[in-house]
Design a binder for this molecule. Structure first.
Ligand SMILES: Cc1ncc(C[n+]2csc(CCOP(=O)(O)OP(=O)(O)O)c2C)c(N)n1
Ligand code: SF4
Length: 333
């Protein structure tokens, strides 16, 4: 009897992106919501686990790759982006995600953050923004604002906080969004849109750390401290940008006046904090070519013969690289 090959494609479920690795995040940590959003997004997009790679730095949040059943590399503190950029350039067919904390990405890793944005490499960076260095017991991170005293600080923060959305814009990220760790449905949509975007996508995720940040808590984001006097209901601080008619898209038909107006609106919304905290897509700029397209203009067969797709040794295992020829090509006369 002849075997019949299955014709229907594999259907991935969120459970297919889960691992058995032990998870030691604190109960109630916002990281759990972000982890679920990543797994659900991969299932929404039906991305085969072996076509996805997640890079992280060091921190509680940077343990993410252990819990997602894709390729994953837990790199060095602050160094996830150079790995992500390198992997994408070596194999443009991969879906590349970088993940980690605000300390990791905007403290020790901030130079890489700026360099990655300038290149507009096609990857998605998910930054877990909790205002503290959770893994090392709650020191102020670069996003904690001046004068804020969390329970883990002996005195109020002496440094001004950096605004990650404005920094991402200045660096050149072409997709910039902010989500909230406890709104998994919305976050899942943002991550999908970030992955779909052809260029560097930055997703800032407000991630309550119940252990060390007692100021920006789930209750604070939910507005429990400012109840409506009429109804007694909490007035949430977090609200969705698209509900206020905000349009983040800069496209090939946008003229200078439209671009100026949209960037002005971006800055206004990115600076809103305190009584109201906007989430959603802040910018989607489709006018900047991604780095791989820039490379393909110089190296015509780049997409067909990207470094990871090349044969590097012959049948006997001898390297096939013609180094002498390569150096000859680079010779300056
Ligand atoms: C080179 C180096 N410097 C310092 C550390 C110590 N360290 C480990 S995690 C971390 C910060 C983690 O904070 P964050 O990135 O905000 O992640 P979270 O734990 O809050 O998720 C630091 C400073 C380290 N591991 N390596
Ligand atoms: S210390 Fe904070 S960030 Fe780290 S696992 Fe605990 S709650 Fe989460």
């Amino acid at each position: 009897m002849a075997f019949e090959l299955a014709t229907s494609p594999v259907q991935y479920k969120a459970a297919d992106y889960k691992t058995e690795a032990h998870n030691d995040w604190c109960p109630g940590c916002g990281d759990f919501g972000i982890l679920s959003a990543v797994q659900l997004t991969l299932a929404d997009m039906q991305l085969a686990p072996h076509r996805v790679v997640i890079f992280s730095g060091i921190g509680c949040s940077s343990k993410l790759p252990h819990f997602v059943n894709t390729y994953g590399i837990h790199t060095l503190h602050g160094r996830s982006l150079p790995f992500a950029v390198g992997a994408k350039l070596a194999n443009p067919e991969l879906t590349v995600i970088a993940a980690g904390g605000d300390g990791d990405g905007l403290g020790i890793g901030v130079g890489h953050f700026v360099s990655a944005g300038r290149r507009n490499v096609d990857f998605t960076y998910i930054l877990f923004n909790n205002g503290v260095y959770g893994l090392t017991k709650g020191q102020a991170s670069p996003t904690l604002r001046l004068g804020i005293k969390t329970k883990s600080l002996p005195q109020p923060n002496i440094n001004e906080g950096v605004n990650p959305l404005l920094l991402a814009l200045a660096a050149g990220f072409t997709f910039i969004a902010r989500g909230y760790a406890y709104d998994v449905k919305h976050l899942r949509e943002l991550i999908r849109r970030g992955i779909e975007h052809n260029g560097s996508a930055y997703i800032d995720v407000l991630q309550p750390c119940p252990t060390y940040n007692d100021i920006n808590t789930k209750d604070w984001y939910g507005g429990d401290d400012r109840k409506d006097p009429q109804t007694g209901m909490a007035l949430p601080r977090v609200y969705k940008l698209n509900q206020s008619g905000y349009d983040p898209v800069i496209g090939p038909n946008s003229d200078d006046a439209e671009i100026q107006a949209k960037l002005g609106h971006f800055i206004e919304k990115a600076m809103e904090w305190g009584e109201r905290v906007p989430v959603g897509v802040f910018l989607k700029n489709d006018t900047v070519p991604s780095y791989d397209r820039r490379i393909a203009k110089r190296i015509k067969n780049y997409f067909d013969a990207a470094p990871a797709r090349r044969t590097i040794a012959d049948a006997e295992g001898k390297p096939m690289a013609d180094l002498a020829g390569f150096f000859e090509e680079l010779r300056v006369t």
